[in-house]
Design a protein around this ligand. Structure first.
Ligand SMILES: [Zn+2]
Length: 379
């Protein structure tokens, strides 16, 4: 009986359907949208995995009431832990972002909450009085702590609102705002428009979740990441070589290089030392123009690993590096369904064909033989 039970448990573990996101986190974000109409925008956000409540408030007071109503819709999160005889229960407020749209954008500004987004194509500065940095929220106008994996742009201040303005807005006008002003084209109702992407990215940093990735691994968050839609399938692993000769140099490039704007989920040094730089929920920018089996934009459905290597065809990939990739891949396969044929080189997917050659000299057959049977059938 015991054997049968453990057999069932074992096979259950092996054959469990891979989860895109842990069941406890089905929603990437929750939003109260204050707008004149807002139906289309709310539906578009819902399609992107963000729960959206609508407010038609016309005054700051009405908005305050709607905000309280929105918070009441969601239960406080509580967790308990027991040590000996004492039970500790901790509770935290639900996180809801506030978006003001068009004519109502400045109302959201007046709420003086953290996690506010104002989408105002033609803002008038007198609608956006200065916040007074020290009185924001609970008195903390602190920069996002990058060690928390929340770095959007390290120069941005997360407790100040994000103001999205039309691309033609003058720099002079933008400079008069106290928040983080970005120029973005398109509509919130349009899937993956620049406006919607900015909003989803902002909400992602306002909803801090534990990083999804390799356990016990240094996490050095790169600001170079994009949002994946909830339900986007991750089924591919792209392996690169850095050309940069050191781990430190690569970290700096993914962390600080504002020109090239590149990143990968993992960087593996020659001795196997591994650093994670992007949460797997998010898209890292490693593949560029690319295609796999007719699907373009491989970044959107892949995890990227960079191996420290000169990519000259002579620089060897030491055993420890193979073993580290094996370890990452085995861990990835507890979350995502990545069949052997989707373990690919950057060279194989870069377009036009021949644009990239990395990782030159890496032995994919050897890696696959190290992996053994995947334990999963393809859907
Ligand atoms: Zn590459």
């Amino acid at each position: 009986m015991k054997t049968l039970l453990s057999f069932l448990l074992l096979t259950g573990a092996v054959w469990a359907e891979p989860q895109l996101f842990p069941a406890a986190e089905p929603v990437q974000g929750r939003v109260l949208l204050v707008a004149e109409d807002g139906q289309k925008e709310a539906a578009a956000l819902a399609g992107a995995g963000i729960e959206c409540l609508l407010s038609h408030a016309k005054t700051a007071e009405e908005l305050g009431q709607d905000w309280e109503w929105a918070l009441d819709r969601y239960p406080w999160k509580s967790s308990s832990s027991q040590t000996g005889n004492s039970l500790t229960v901790t509770a935290s407020k639900p996180r809801v972002s506030l978006i003001g749209l068009g004519e109502r954008a400045h109302l959201a500004w007046t709420a003086r909450l953290n996690g506010v987004i104002c989408i105002d194509p033609s803002p008038r500065v007198d609608n956006y009085p200065r916040w007074g940095k020290k009185t924001v929220g609970s008195g903390q106008a602190s920069k996002v702590d990058p060690s928390q994996g929340l770095a959007y742009e390290r120069s941005l201040i997360a407790s100040e609102p994000l103001v999205l303005v039309a691309p033609e807005t003058s720099d002079e006008l933008c400079n008069q705002f106290e928040g983080n002003v970005h120029k973005a084209a398109g509509s919130l109702a349009e899937a993956n428009s620049a406006v919607q992407k900015e909003v989803r990215r902002w909400i992602a940093i306002q909803q801090p979740l534990p990083v999804i990735g390799l356990p016990d691994t240094k996490f050095l968050p790169s600001p170079n990441w994009g949002v994946r839609s909830l339900g986007d399938k991750i089924d591919t692993l792209v392996i690169h070589s850095t050309v940069i000769n050191t781990l430190e140099g690569t970290e700096r490039a993914f962390w600080d290089d504002k020109e090239r704007r590149v990143s990968a989920h993992y960087v593996v040094d020659r001795d196997g030392t591994t650093v994670q730089m992007v949460d797997e929920r998010r898209t890292a920018w490693h593949a560029g123009v690319s295609e796999l089996e007719g699907r373009t934009g491989v970044n959107d459905f892949s995890v990227g690993i960079e191996l420290v290597n000169l990519n000259d065809g002579k620089d060897p990939y030491p055993e420890a590096q193979y073993q580290a990739v094996q370890r990452i891949l085995q861990d990835l396969r507890t979350r995502w369904n990545i069949p052997d044929e989707h373990i690919v080189s950057h060279a194989a997917i870069a377009r036009p064909v021949g644009r990239k050659s990395d990782p030159l000299g890496f032995d994919f057959e050897k890696l696959k033989s190290m992996l053994g049977p995947t334990g999963r059938s393809r859907p």
